[in-house]
Design a protein around this ligand. Structure first.
Ligand code: DX5
Ligand code: ZN
Length: 221
C-alpha cells in the first residue's frame, strides 16, 4: 500500500477562525487540506471561492490544498483557483462539457488534476483520461453537506477504481470523501483508498487537552 494521506475537509471547520483551524489541524498531523467549493447549483449548498483559498496562502498555509469543485460550469473557476494557490483541483465529469479540456486547463496551470465520482456516477469516465489524471475521488456520500453517513456501495467502487489505477501503472491517488470515521477507515483503506477526506470526524472532535486541538483524532484515523 502506498503512503496514506489524511485530508481534513474545512467545510466542518470554524469559518470564523479558518486560518487558525487549518494551522491547528496540520500541526495535529493532517497531510493536506480538502477545500469544498459549492455553488448552490451543482449541489444544494453554497460555501466559499478562490479568495478564501488565497487568504489561506496569505495567512501562511504552505500545505497541499486539494480543491474539490462542486460547481457547474467548472472551467472558469479552474483559472481562479490556480491563481489562488490550489495544488490539486478535482471536478465532477457531469459539470464539464469537455472533460479532457478541463483536465488540460488544470495541468497546464501546474496543478494536479482529478475526477470526482458521485455514488451513481460510473467509472467509465476514466476510460480515456487515465494518462491525464493524478487523482480519482470517490464520493461515499451525495455531495453538498458534511456529517452524512458513509454509503457502503462506495467500497466496491473503490476496489474497481483501485484495479483500474493499478492496471494503468501510473501514480494516481485514490481519494475517498464522505462519512469517513475512525470506525470505518480501516475497511475503506482495505478497499484500496490511499487518501482520506474527513470533515466532521475531525473538526467535531476538537479536544482542549490536545496540544493543537485535533492531535488525538488525526492520530486515530
Ligand atoms: C461533501 C464534501 C465532503 C464533506 C466531507 O459534498 O465533498 O468533502 O465535507 O465531510 P464528512 O467527512 O463530515 O462527511
Ligand atoms: Zn469534498
Amino acid at each position: 500500500m502506498t503512503d496514506c494521506r489524511i485530508a481534513p475537509s474545512i467545510l466542518s471547520a470554524d469559518f470564523a477562525r479558518l486560518g487558525a483551524e487549518v494551522e491547528n489541524v496540520l500541526a495535529s498531523g493532517a497531510d493536506m487540506i480538502h477545500f469544498d467549493v459549492m455553488d448552490n447549483h451543482f449541489v444544494p449548498n453554497l460555501t466559499f471561492g478562490a479568495p478564501v483559498c488565497k487568504a489561506l496562502r496569505n495567512y501562511g498555509v504552505t500545505a497541499t490544498i486539494d480543491v474539490h469543485l462542486m460547481v457547474d460550469p467548472v472551467d472558469r473557476l479552474i483559472g481562479d483557483f490556480l491563481d489562488a494557490g490550489a495544488d490539486i483541483i478535482t471536478f465532477h465529469p457531469e459539470a464539464s462539457a469537455h472533460i479532457d479540456r478541463s483536465l488540460s486547463l488544470i495541468k497546464e496551470g501546474g496543478a494536479k488534476a482529478g475526477l470526482v465520482f458521485n455514488p451513481a456516477t460510473p467509472l467509465a469516465y476514466l476510460d480515456y483520461v487515465m494518462d491525464k489524471i493524478d487523482m480519482v475521488l470517490i464520493m461515499s456520500v451525495n455531495p453538498g453537506f458534511g456529517g452524512q453517513s458513509f454509503i457502503p456501495t462506495a467500497l466496491d467502487k473503490l476496489r474497481d477504481a483501485r484495479a483500474r489505477i493499478d492496471a494503468s501503472g501510473r501514480d494516481i491517488w485514490l481519494e475517498v470523501d464522505g462519512g469517513v470515521k475512525v470506525d470505518n477507515i480501516k475497511e475503506i483503506a482495505a478497499a484500496g483508498a490511499d487518501t482520506f477526506v474527513a470533515g466532521s470526524a475531525i473538526f467535531n472532535h476538537r479536544r482542549d487537552d490536545d496540544p493543537n486541538g485535533y492531535d488525538s483524532v488525526v492520530r486515530d484515523l
